[in-house]
Design a protein around this ligand. Sequence first.
Ligand SMILES: [Fe+2]
Ligand SMILES: [Fe+2]
Length: 247
Amino acid sequence: MSLNELQGLQATETVGDWVASDFRLANVFTKYGIDFCCGGDVPVGQACAEKGISVETLLRDVETAQATAAVGEQYNDWSIDFLADYVINQFHAYTRKMLPQLVQYADAVANAHGAHHPETITIAGMMRPLALEMLDHMNKEEKLLYPYVKQIVNSHNTGAPLPTPEFGSAEALIVEMDKEHEETGDALEQFAELSNNFAIPEDACNTYRALYNFLAEFEATTKKHIHLENNILFPKAIRMEKELAAA
Ligand SMILES: [Fe+2]
Ligand SMILES: [Fe+2]
């Protein structure tokens, strides 16, 4: 099997590009501890070398993933104004629903189990500021960035002039969004480390169980959310904005 035989995947392309072309590959990279969302701008060959695995080994898993899992949504083929609406309806809505619950459960578990499991106190202490940051971040995307992305798409499609937004440009705001994604990604990584990958201890009560199960799901869902923005939506919006400026 060669790289070329696998749908034109090239080791010089980034991890984020591979996952953008086929979301089934997210699990393959996760298996080897390779970050595909916030740190997805590393070439696949380099990411493999850093983890001490060969690209051929990775490709065997890619082949298995593509042979055994359904193709799923083709996010990379969607127009980015549709993708923006999808992200809001699917991921922002989920995040807004889960955050208050996570804060509440994390506080309850820290209170009940903090003496024997001090990591739950650390998690609870981090959860509240993370929730506030994520809410603020999503508001900026929904009120500023995504309406402007729609204007970019409209100008691209109709030739209507593109006004300069109060925040300078989509690219400038995206730099800020990227930084916030990294902070969220770091916090989620810390949760996974502190909880030994959300392993439920034997003396855990139902709330403790629920918290770790929710956190594991929240981590996976948020990685997908950030991936769709960082690796598909944002770069395409920046490219389109630049094309319009050059026209
Ligand atoms: Fe978002
Ligand atoms: Fe975001």
